[in-house]
Ligand binder design. Structure first.
Ligand code: FBP
Length: 568
């Protein structure tokens, strides 16, 4: 077994001195897992030698700059930063830092590598530093529950999926008491810095913490890291969130498999709902990788103000045309967040959110009187299972838990009813059998692709460098991702520059503006130019499992390449 990972041109010894006392035991790993621990991670060249941190111009906000300036008086307007090679290192290497790290929100492949990256950076550039891993997400910060991360502790998690090294959670640090608890932890551990690895909500939280610490003159600085399989935390400086690449590849493999199943049996329509709470990036990427017969993109549904009936009719029209060609089978991709994109359902959800935030929902159904007429009609029209799923408790950030709403089953039911009607009218003579699938949790903890492994490791190094450079309120940013890793750029982007103001839990709150699928963007345009052909001809592609070696092992997803203008 190789004893080392290459970084900064030096050998970093990642092997434990003794067997790991943590949850994972590398000695029982499969051959693939073991080979992944050995996988040597390349680093951007700027991280391999001396560098300095250079500030960019002053920043603004993604929306409502006046509101964001008021909410972040200490951070608003601060510049982004970039690492550039320099003759000598301008950061003090004799400084022993105390850094905390937390995983926040849903799992995404590569999280362990961000932690390994921070750890290795400190080992290499600030010897004698300490890295604390807060356990179970932000609650670990508030309760001061942590583990001292060591070479031994981290070893079995290198290049492995999951978040189980320190686990995650969806708690939010938002009340004055919770901020106080976070402050107490920062003071107790004498923290120089904290890295929050999370999605849009968690990075909003990171920014609030940074603002609060700075406002209180605490030395603890806070750096965010862009994590989410959903792919909706991105901007020019942060081209993608980690985990998206791996999750899409896992789903695309499974979609490719059900495509072959559909073609083989000739009798099933596989309705596949794909994770992605709000944006439809995962669905779009999987469509580009596999060429399904029908793909619904939530953002398009919203832009065209389609109703549930319109979406059903679109699906049924394709099913009827395909039946006329002799194909009574097919594959349909549906984004998890679809329901939230349909304007009439959006209105219903907004009304339900207000009711759930302020009223008690009585069993007799009197609460329904608070719904507007149109929303009440829609609610009564939905299958009971969907009604119940819409009423489920919101997540701690006030979001409907769309992962629990079985839109694929609802669409099968609606398609069946419409096809039956068309059969009666004589316009459809085929057979329809729907199979429902939800590909969600399966994709969140897989072994990270080579891309996610390297990207996360670089994000971790960047976070370490920014903290050592005294930066706060930035999100670790690694760019030029279409180029070989050596040419990637490394820096940090002002978190306030990603912020807007939104209504949550009935109140106006700062949030990082989600990056939705852009209908004028290259990925959607490419899909739109091909979908009619995919609908009627069977152009299915089976990408197969993730490759760690060989010609396609370093391939980057279509969305990223198209957005970077590299792929046509
Ligand atoms: P993050 O935004 O925290 O990365 O989570 C994304 C996600 O995986 C969504 O795709 C999904 O809707 C949600 O988490 C599921 O949440 P939970 O893990 O709480 O069931």
């Amino acid at each position: 077994m190789s004893p080392a990972l290459l970084a900064n041109g030096n050998i970093i010894d990642v092997k434990p001195a003794s067997a790991s006392a943590t949850g994972r035991v590398a000695s029982v790993y499969s051959e693939v897992q073991t080979s992944r621990i050995e996988h040597e991670l390349p680093l951007p060249s700027v991280l391999r030698s001396s560098f300095k941190i250079v500030d960019g111009p002053a920043s603004s906000a993604a929306g409502n700059p006046d509101g964001i300036a008021k909410l972040f008086p200490n951070l608003f307007g601060q510049p982004s930063a970039i690492l550039v090679p320099s003759e000598s290192n301008t950061l003090r290497s004799d400084q022993k830092l105390k850094i905390g790290v937390v995983l926040s929100g849903g799992q995404a492949p590569g999280g362990h590598n961000v932690i390994s990256g921070i750890f290795d950076y400190l080992q290499e550039r600030a010897k004698g530093s300490t890295l604390y891993g807060f356990k179970g997400g932000p609650a670990g910060i508030m309760k001061c529950k942590y583990v001292d991360l060591s070479t031994d502790y981290i070893y079995p998690y290198r290049n492995q999926g999951g978040f189980d090294m320190i686990c995650s959670g969806r708690d939010k640090i938002e009340t004055p008491e919770q901020f106080k608890q976070a402050e107490e932890t920062a003071l107790k551990l004498d923290l120089d810095g904290l890295v929050v690895i999370g999605g849009d909500d968690s990075n909003t939280n990171a920014c609030l913490l940074a603002e609060n610490f700075r406002g209180k003159n605490l030395k603890t600085r806070v750096i965010g890291c862009p994590k989410t399989i959903d792919g909706d935390l991105k901007c020019k400086e942060v081209p993608t969130s980690f985990g998206f690449d791996t999750a899409c590849r896992i789903y695309a493999e499974m979609i490719g498999n059900v495509m072959v199943d559909a073609r083989s049996t000739g009798k099933y329509y596989h309705f596949v709902r794909l994770m992605g709470r709000a944006a439809s990036h995962i669905t779009l990427e999987c469509a580009l990788q596999t060429h399904p017969n029908i793909t619904i993109i939530g953002e398009e549904v919203a832009a065209k103000k389609l109703t549930l009936k319109n979406v059903t009719d679109y699906i049924v029209d394709v099913i009827c045309k395909r039946s006329g060609l002799g194909f009574n089978y097919g594959v349909i991709l549906i984004p998890e967040g679809l329901i939230d994109f349909i304007p009439e359902v959006q209105q219903l959800i907004a009304e339900l959110n207000e009711i759930l935030a302020h009223d008690t929902v009585d069993e007799g159904g009197l609460w329904k009187k608070k719904l507007a007429n149109q929303s009440l009609q829609l609610f009564e029209f939905l299958p009971q299972a969907i009604q119940e799923q819409l009423m489920l408790e919101r997540d701690p950030h006030g979001n409907v838990q769309v992962a629990k709403i079985e839109t694929e089953k609802m669409l099968i039911q609606m398609a069946e009813t419409e096809l039956e009607k068309r059969k009666q009218e004589g316009s459809y003579k085929g057979q329809f059998r729907g199979q429902s699938h939800f590909f969600g949790y399966e994709g969140r903890c897989g072994l990270p692709t080579n891309f996610d492994s390297s990207y996360c490791y670089a994000l971790g190094f960047a976070a370490g460098a920014l903290l050592q450079g005294g930066k706060t309120g930035l999100i670790s940013s690694v760019g030029n991702l279409a180029a070989p890793v050596e040419e990637w750029t490394v820096g940090g982007t002002a978190l306030t520059s990603l912020m807007d103001v939104e209504r949550r839990h009935g109140k106006f709150k700062p949030v990082i503006k989600k990056a939705m699928v852009e209908l004028e963007g290259a990925p959607f345009k490419k899909f739109a130019s091909m979908r009619d052909e995919w609908a009627l001809k069977n152009c299915y592609i089976s990408p197969g499992p993730i490759q760690f070696h060989g010609p396609v092992s370093n391939a980057v997803n279509h969305t990223l390449l198209l957005e970077l203008g590299v792929q046509a």
